[in-house]
Ligand binder design. Structure first.
Ligand code: CA
Ligand code: CA
Length: 196
């Protein structure tokens, strides 16, 4: 019966997925195996609980937020297309990616701008288009372990927002976020080796 890779070939939107994510067929095949492994009940969908079994996320302090991003609009399950769409933001930039982009095509999901947008949306928990001091504090609380008092974290959160806040509205917009991260190697920070 089916040879290796045949499950992937049965994906209804395979060509669209290949184009949208930039993953090679071999990588997608590996991710498809991974998806089917995580999909223990063989439903064709992953739940939040299934995603907690991704071992690369175990050590990530922002795992909860990253897992949230698989479920936009408050959904309960994610199919293969949605699964690889999120993972594509973490695909490292390769030599071929820096080649001139076809202006007719949408921006690749692993471009610097897409990675920034993805990170911004993780931080902007209430999706109002700004990172508030309260949201910054929540992020810091997740990222900083024990040993730092709440008062200290509040000071750091306020300072971080203040440093990036150019228009003085007390929150960080996407433009301000992009500017404050200009010198940071976000491409590297936002590339996790999920493909073994
Ligand atoms: Ca917000
Ligand atoms: Ca601002």
């Amino acid at each position: 019966m089916g040879s290796h890779g045949s499950h992937l070939e049965r994906e209804p939107e395979l060509n669209l997925i290949l184009e949208e994510t930039g993953f090679s067929r071999a990588n997608l095949n590996r991710l498809h195996h991974r998806f089917r492994y995580l999909d223990r009940n063989n439903k064709g969908f992953l739940s939040r609980m299934d995603l907690y079994n991704i071992k690369e996320l175990e050590q990530n302090p922002l795992a909860d937020l990253i897992i949230d991003s698989f479920f936009p609009d408050g959904g309960q399950c994610v199919d293969f297309q949605g699964f690889v769409w999120v993972l594509a933001h973490f695909r490292p930039l390769e030599g071929k990616d820096s080649a001139a982009q076809d202006p007719q095509k949408p921006e690749p999901l692993n471009s610097r701008n897409s990675k920034l947008r993805f990170a911004f949306q993780l931080y902007d928990m209430d999706s109002d288009g700004k990172i508030s001091k309260k949201e910054m504090l929540q992020i810091l609380r997740l990222m900083v372990g024990v040993g730092v008092t709440n008062e200290q974290l509040e000071i750091i959160a306020a300072r971080t927002v203040q440093e990036a806040d150019e228009d003085g509205d007390g929150a960080i917009s996407f433009v301000e976020f992009t500017k404050s991260l200009e010198k940071m190697n976000i491409e590297h920070q936002m590339s996790i080796r999920i493909l073994k």
